[in-house]
Every structure is written in C-alpha cells, then in structure tokens.
Ligand binder design. Structure first.
Ligand SMILES: Cc1cc2nc3c(=O)[nH]c(=O)nc-3n(C[C@H](O)[C@H](O)[C@H](O)COP(=O)(O)OP(=O)(O)OC[C@H]3O[C@@H](n4cnc5c(N)ncnc54)[C@H](O)[C@@H]3O)c2cc1C
Length: 359
C-alpha cells in the first residue's frame, strides 16, 4: 500500500467523518460542525495558491476532491464550491492587492466568502433592466438591485458579486457583507439543500472603490478569469457525478440484500465509472476528439444523478417514498442539478431527454 501524506490522510479522515454525519435539511441548520471539520482538514487551503498560504492543488486534484466529497455530502461540497468560486474570482483578478488582502485570511478559515454571480450568467437573463445596475461615480461605482442567489450569505464575511453598467459592460467586486447598503434576506426553504442557507441579497447604493474591484468594467465579465469555475464548469459536473456515486453506494447496500436489483445497479455504476474517466480526461485537457465537452459532461452527469436516485427510490418501493427516507431525499437533491449553474445548452439537453427520452 502507498503511504499517505499527512494531507491525504486528513482528507480521508474528513470523508469518513462526513459519511457518518447526516446532512442537515432545513434553513435553521447551517452546517457549522461539518464546516469546522472541513477547516480542520485543511479544505479551505486546497484551492488557494501557495503564495497566499494555500495548497495550490491542481484543477485535476480539485475535481477529484469535489467528487469524493460530494459522494459523502452534497450539502458541504456545494457550500464549499460557492466559497471556492468567490476565491477564484479574487485569485484571477488583476487587483493583486485584493488577492493579498483576502486570500490568506480565506485560506486560514478566518473569513468565509460566497458568490452571487448567477444574474450575470444563468439567472434573470431575460430581464430588460439588469438585476444589478452599476453607475460610475468618478473612479468608483455604485451598485443597486437584487442578487437572486447567494449561498450561505447570512454566514459570509465577503461577497463576490457584480452588475451591469448602462453601456452593457460589467464589473465584479469583493464586498464585505456588512458594508452599508447590503442586506441579506432570510434564507429560502428549498426542495433540497435548504441548509445551504441560500438567500437573495439586496444592494442599495453600495459603494465600490478601486480596492474592491476584481474584474472589469468589461463586456461579459464572467468570461474573465473563469477557468474551471464558471456556469456549467467541470466542477459542477464533478459534484453531480460524486452525488450520483454516493446514491449508487447506498443503492448497492440495498442490492447486496436483494441480488435481483443488480441488473439495474450495474449499468448505472458502469456509467458513473465511464463519466469519472471522461471527467479526468477533460480536466487534464486531453485530445479534444476523445474528450467530452464540459456541456456534454454536465448534461450526462445531471442525467445520471437523477436516474440513479429514481432507480434507488423505485427499488425501495413505498418505504423510500416516506418523508425522511434517504432515497426520497436523494431524489429531491438530484433535481437541484437541473436548475443549478446550468448553461442553456445543458438545460436544453436535459429538457430534450425529459421530453423525448434522449439528450
Ligand atoms: C439552491 C441554489 C443555490 C444557488 N446558489 C447560488 C450561489 O451561491 N451563487 C450564485 O451565483 N448562484 C446560485 N444559484 C443560482 C443558479 O446557479 C442558477 O442561476 C439559478 O438556479 C437559475 O434559476 P433562476 O430561477 O434564477 O432562473 P431564471 O432564468 O431567472 O428564471 C426565473 C423565472 O423566470 C421565468 N423565465 C425564465 N426565462 C424566461 C423568459 N425568457 N421570459 C420570461 N420569463 C422567464 C422562469 O419561468 C422562472 O419562473 C443557486 C441556485 C440554487 C437552486
């Protein structure tokens, strides 16, 4: 057996701990305990560059961690991914002073950050007036409007968000959550993942200086420094796939008692392995002819996570339909992937599959 580094051994301890702790399921249950364990395992350092006190893990390693983490706890992995998306926008900013100010504290877990950027990519795109408007005030900017989604905003110190100027250019900024004019609305009760404490954030005349500015003003600011964290990115597929694998692990426990289920479990397991392989190839930037596009990967991971949960539910029969049964919960949570961070082609592929039986 290959000996583990202390870092790997902390990761495996974390995974084992998360497997034993049930995910909370209500807006009153922000997962403080699990997040503390994440911090103890060094998870807040994984994605931060070494120069800022992080581990600087490669994108491939990050994707593998997301997948393994989601296999144990979708809730924690999702919350971590939103925090990491905020870190990424800071890290890729030309404003190196902002990176030097925020990233060491984020790596140490002294601060928690989240992101409210969907209104610049996948949410409210049909509105005539942007969800968040930006006006110039000398060298500074003033933000007004509503950020429709920000996970864990009530528990965050820092919010990475942005808005649109009247000429269509956009900015992204890192805003301390207690800045005048920022108000976090109460977390909304959701079909699943309510404990992610996701809420709207209202911005009223919020002042942004050059020190806060991360990207822009530029058209389509979300394509600036998007790397692996944008809407429908490989990270989102890794989380969907890990969640599917967690569901299949539990389905396998049922099948161990009832071998007649194996013909239904086995193809789903094979599909998960194939997708994991494809994800690895895509992360390593493999030959484009042999590599699935990130959209195809996400569409297929969405399909797999939903079918796995429904197959498990069907196998548990009426018992699994009772509120609180893990299969019932898996079905609810799998549907999250239909609506979270889905670019239009992914959404259309999933809708086609639902309408016509094939993506
Ligand atoms: C649990 C959860 C947590 C999330 N956390 C975050 C986060 O932390 N940060 C973040 O940035 N994002 C987050 N998101 C946002 C996510 O990535 C997607 O952007 C979001 O789910 C898209 O849904 P929407 O309702 O905002 O879409 P919209 O497209 O804005 O649709 C909203 C409504 O408008 C209607 N509509 C849609 N298109 C049209 C049209 N063309 N004309 C008229 N009406 C239309 C729809 O029927 C729907 O009722 C989160 C989402 C969820 C579900």
């Amino acid at each position: 057996m290959v000996p583990q580094t202390p870092r790997e051994s902390r990761f495996h301890t974390l995974i084992a701990e998360l497997h034993t702790l049930p995910d909370a399921d209500s807006v009153e249950q922000w997962p403080t305990d699990q997040l503390a364990r994440l911090q103890r395992a060094g998870a807040y350092r994984w994605n931060i560059p070494v120069q800022y006190g992080g581990d600087g893990l490669s994108p491939e390693s990050m994707l593998q961690r997301y997948r393994e983490l989601a296999r144990a706890s979708l809730l924690i992995t999702f919350v971590l991914s939103q925090r990491n998306a905020a870190c990424q926008r800071i890290e890729t900013s030309p404003n190196t002073a902002a990176a030097a100010a925020w990233l060491p504290k984020l790596a140490a877990g002294e601060l928690f950050a989240t992101v409210g950027i969907s209104h610049l990519t996948t949410s409210r795109q049909y509105l005539k007036v942007p969800a968040v408007t930006v006006t110039e005030a000398g060298d500074d900017y003033i933000l007004n409007g509503t950020i429709p989604w920000a996970t864990g905003a009530a528990y965050a110190d820092l919010l990475v968000t942005g808005g649109t100027l009247s000429d269509g250019r956009q900015i992204l900024a890192a805003i301390p959550i207690h800045r005048t004019g920022v108000s976090v609305k109460p977390p909304v009760s959701l079909m699943g993942l309510s404990a992610s404490c996701t809420s709207e954030v209202q911005l009223q005349d919020v002042h942004i200086s050059g020190a806060d500015l991360l990207h822009g003003p530029v058209e389509r600011v979300m394509t600036a420094g998007s790397g692996m964290g944008g809407a429908g990115s490989l990270s989102t597929s890794a989380i969907a796939l890990g969640t599917a694998q967690g569901t299949l692990d539990r389905f396998a426990e049922e099948a161990a008692l009832r071998p007649e289920l194996l013909p239904f479990l086995n193809p789903l397991q094979r599909e998960a392995e194939e997708l994991a392989q494809q994800l690895e190839t895509a992360a390593a930037g493999g030959n484009p002819k042999e590599t699935m596009s990130s959209e195809t990967l996400r569409r297929r991971a969405n399909s797999l996570v939903m079918r796995s949960a429904q197959a498990w539910l069907a196998s548990t029969r009426g018992a699994g339909y009772l509120a609180g049964h893990p299969a019932e919960r898996a079905v609810r949570e799998s549907l999250f992937f239909l609506v979270w961070s889905c670019p239009q082609p992914v959404l259309e592929g999933n809708l086609r599959e639902l309408a016509c039986g094939t993506g």
